[in-house]
Every structure is written in C-alpha cells, then in structure tokens.
Design a protein around this ligand. Structure first.
Ligand SMILES: [Zn+2]
Length: 125
C-alpha cells in the first residue's frame, strides 16, 4: 500500500510553487478541465520532493547534480518552468521571490544521508 506523502516547510512551499506554475501553463495550453498530463506531472514532482536527498534544506533543482525526475517529466518541467517562470513574479510574487532566494543556495559537496522527507517520516513510525 502506498503511504500518504505529507510535505511540510520548504518542501510544501516548493510543491505550491510547482502547482502554481503548472496551473499557469495548463490554463494556456490545455483545454480540458481535468488535465491528466499535468496532474501526473504534479504527482511526480510531489513524490520526488518527498524523496529528495537534500530534504527540507534543498536548493533549487536547476543545478542539482542528481536530477531525479524521469526524463519525460524533466522535459515537461523544463517547458512549464520556461513558460510560467516569468509570469510568476506577477501572479505569485511571494512564491517567486522565495524561489529566487533558493536558487542562490549551493548544493553541499557530499550527498547527505537520511534527511529526505521520506526518511524522516519512516523513522518516526
Ligand atoms: Zn494540462
């Protein structure tokens, strides 16, 4: 049975940002109200945020040495971010600024262990 992913703190903010960007893109490119492709993309992003080895302190994904997305989802992310990125500052200024700050953070030299949201959740049980 799949356990329920619960994101908090910075990871929750990041998911909110991804959902906002995907919504902007979807509204302008897809005609259906319930868009399976974008819904699948958000699910994938949520799963990856949960498993991210850098945990709550993760920098922005762009310069990540790992790139954990599946290739097709990574491509989808690139297209969505490129389209919605410039629009975010006007539509969701707070999320946009938080993301810009995150983009200045550097990745640690070594991959941390056991601090992903997934690990922390499992250890609590
Ligand atoms: Zn869509």
């Amino acid at each position: 049975m799949r356990d329920k992913i619960k994101l908090t703190g910075n990871l929750a903010i990041e998911l909110k940002t991804i959902i906002a960007m995907t919504d902007i893109y979807c509204r302008d490119h897809h005609s259906t109200k319930e868009c399976q492709s974008c819904e699948d993309f958000i699910e994938h992003a949520k799963l990856k945020l949960d498993r991210c080895v850098y945990g709550d302190k993760k920098p922005a994904c762009k310069k990540c040495p790992i790139h954990c997305y599946k290739p097709d989802k990574r491509e989808q992310a690139r297209i969505i971010m490129r389209y919605s990125g410039p629009k975010m500052l006007f539509k969701h200024p707070l999320l946009a600024i938080k993301h810009l700050i995150k983009a200045t953070k550097k990745f640690p030299a070594t991959i941390p262990e056991g601090i992903s949201n997934y690990h922390l959740r499992k250890n609590k049980q």
